[in-house]
Design a protein around this ligand. Structure first.
Ligand code: EPZ
Length: 417
């Protein structure tokens, strides 16, 4: 297994370009199953999760070519409706094919996704949405069997904001007969991007970027060609890299409003920003002020930047709290950060961070995608040489992160295992 070796406390400089968004691309890949023909997705990042979804689409019969950051997905011969355990248990986002397969074939069999390092990851809201549209759901031997002769539009009330369940519900509703009203839908930018793609396919979806999208079912969709939006979590991760190394850097090819909650909190921590179009330049502060965070659905502070911001706060000039209301167990990085001399204690889903003067390098182990990004940030700030093992986690969500950081002047090297 590959490792990263980072010699810390190097000043960063220059500009880094953000890649396409993983969490926008994955549902859109699944959405291509709703039409027969060849869809083109551009600005697609080279990530293991994208490759896993491409493999799943091939399993259901699509032809997928991935070159020069372009995905060509031909679903003409898609004829299989099962998402097998060995794929779903590696990538939870496989559940995204449930809505499209049900809408296209009237049936689907998706392995029940297991939990992961950040939590149990239930899918009850996904299933409730499918049932609301007329699907008959049976759980059998760890598989979700969903059948529906004809999907019918309905009202779907989500008891909790769920990005995945919102995406699945919208994808299942676009070919349903009649109108579907979704209430308490997620309003993350990735959902807006999915709606853009579906409307390009010929769907009729109103209320983009609102918690109440209205879908008027159509009889057929056609393939589409779209550029993936920039990855807001990667953009935020690099801004924090600038803050934690006290470096002025520019993050380009991003959408600043997508990470306004982070920018606000980093300003509270003493950072200054210059925003010019799709570029954000950070001017870090000499001392990092402690800032309390409670993660919430968009547009509030995202859980996907919790581990990274917590790492920055480990060097703050005082004490602060970090509460994750979305994934209460998403704190596997805390134990590893404490091995780097951080001083963080946990009570339930709340971390108390007592800022320390410095982090000191040692060997640490990545446990999940965003935790591994946090450890990279810690390594950039730590005195000495930090080695991070199990970095396959980071390859799921960051495209060539070590090359991008090296381009900013970091001393980071991938050691192939
Ligand atoms: C998406 O996961 C993202 N993944 C996650 O990013 C992100 O952290 C999460 O949304 C929240 O923004 C992708 O887009 C591929 P949810 P998802 O359904 O859809 C509960 C990353 O690092 N819930 O919005 O699985 C759930 O337990 C990944 O890139 C139910 O109770 O998240 C959580 O507490 C990690 N029942 C809350 O809702 C359900 O049926 C929000 O989860 C579904 C979810």
């Amino acid at each position: 297994m590959d490792k990263f070796v980072i010699n810390g406390r190097k000043k960063l400089h220059g500009e880094v370009e953000v890649s396409g968004a993983k969490n926008a691309t994955l549902p859109i890949m699944a959405a291509t199953l709703l039409a027969k023909g060849r869809s083109i997705l551009r600005n697609v990042p080279y990530l293991n999760d994208i490759k896993m979804m491409a493999h799943l689409l091939r399993v259901v019969g699509a032809r997928v070519d991935f070159h020069d950051n372009v995905l060509e997905i031909d679903t003409t011969n898609a004829n299989y409706f099962e998402a097998p355990y060995e794929l779903v248990n590696k990538m939870r986002a496989s559940i995204y094919v449930m809505g499209p397969l049900l809408a296209r074939f009237g049936q689907t069999k998706v392995s029940f996704p297991g939990g992961c390092a950040i939590g149990t990851r239930p899918v009850d809201l996904h299933l409730e949405a499918m049932e609301a549209l007329g699907a008959k759901i049976e759980i059998d031997h760890g598989y979700i069997n969903a059948n529906c002769k004809e999907m019918k539009g309905n009202k779907i009330h989500f008891s909790k904001v769920s990005v995945g369940a919102t995406a699945n519900a919208i994808m299942a509703a676009v070919l349903a007969t009649g109108e579907t009203n979704i209430y308490n839908a997620a309003v993350e930018p990735e959902i807006g991007s999915l709606i853009d793609f579906l409307n390009l396919m010929g769907a009729r979806i109103e209320g983009k970027d609102t918690s109440h999208p209205i879908i008027t079912g159509v009889s057929e969709l056609k393939p589409a060609d779209m550029e993936m939006m920039p990855d807001r979590i990667e953009a935020g991760t690099f801004l924090i890299a600038g803050a934690i190394t006290k470096s002025e850097i520019t993050v380009s090819n991003c959408i600043p409003e997508h990470i306004q909650a982070l920018i606000d909190k980093m300003e509270d921590a003493g950072c200054l920003f210059e925003i010019l179009g799709d570029c954000i330049r950070i001017f870090p502060s000499t001392t990092i002020k402690p800032v309390n965070i409670v993660t919430q659905p968009y547009p509030d502070f995202p859980t996907d930047l919790q581990a990274q911001f917590l790492t920055l706060m480990s060097l703050a000039d005082g004490q602060c709290l970090m509460e994750d209301t979305i994934f209460p167990d998403r704190f596997m990085h805390v134990a590893e950060l404490n091995r780097l001399n951080a001083n963080i204690s946990m009570r339930g889903n709340v971390a108390t961070i007592n800022g320390v003067e410095y982090l000191s390098s040692t060997d640490v182990m990545a446990t999940d995608l965003r935790a591994s990004a946090a450890l990279v940030l810690a390594g950039l700030a730590a005195q000495g040489k930090t080695t991070i093992s199990r970095i396959y986690h980071i390859d799921r969500g960051y495209d060539k992160i070590e090359q991008k950081l090296s381009g900013l002047g970091a001393d980071i090297e991938r050691i192939s295992g």
